[in-house]
Design a protein around this ligand. Structure first.
Ligand code: NI
Length: 139
């Protein structure tokens, strides 16, 4: 159990008013709670900058499965990066389009490489990567 420490923050009146509005909209019980969340969020972002750290997240792809050999290429790439992949979910959106959600966990740099290889394929219309920390150092 870590110790709680109180500290004062000097803020511009207008900024504090905006912040209190933000707390109200987000239903925070106190300023302390909101500030804790902001600090954690910033620490997560900073941790993500260090590409040599363990991260977890999801790659989301939308593609046209009629594109020649695209399914084979997507499968080949996933086999090449198999240690990073926790699970893959495939959803048939309509006659042509597929949505694939790939849950990943591993070193940030390698996950980014996997996402880039998939996004670069012809026929992949949208590809996003959402990475987070595994959170070991945030408690
Ligand atoms: Ni499909």
């Amino acid at each position: 159990m870590s110790t709680l420490i109180r500290f004062g923050i000097s803020l511009d009146h207008e900024l504090l008013k905006k912040f209190d509005g933000h707390l109200y909209r987000k239903k925070y019980a106190s300023r302390s709670e909101a500030i804790r969340d902001l600090i954690r969020e910033d620490l997560v972002k900073d941790e993500l900058v260090h590409e040599d750290k363990e991260t977890a997240g999801a790659i989301v792809l939308i593609y046209d499965h009629h594109q020649r050999q695209l399914l084979e290429k997507i499968t080949d790439i996933q086999h090449d990066f198999q240690p990073l992949i926790v699970s893959t979910q495939h959803i048939h959106l309509d006659h042509s389009n597929c949505l694939e959600i790939i849950a990943v966990r591993g070193i940030g740099r390698n996950i980014k490489q996997l996402a880039n290889n998939l996004r670069a394929l012809k026929g992949v219309m949208h590809g996003s990567l959402s990475l987070s920390t595994v959170g070991k150092n945030l408690h």
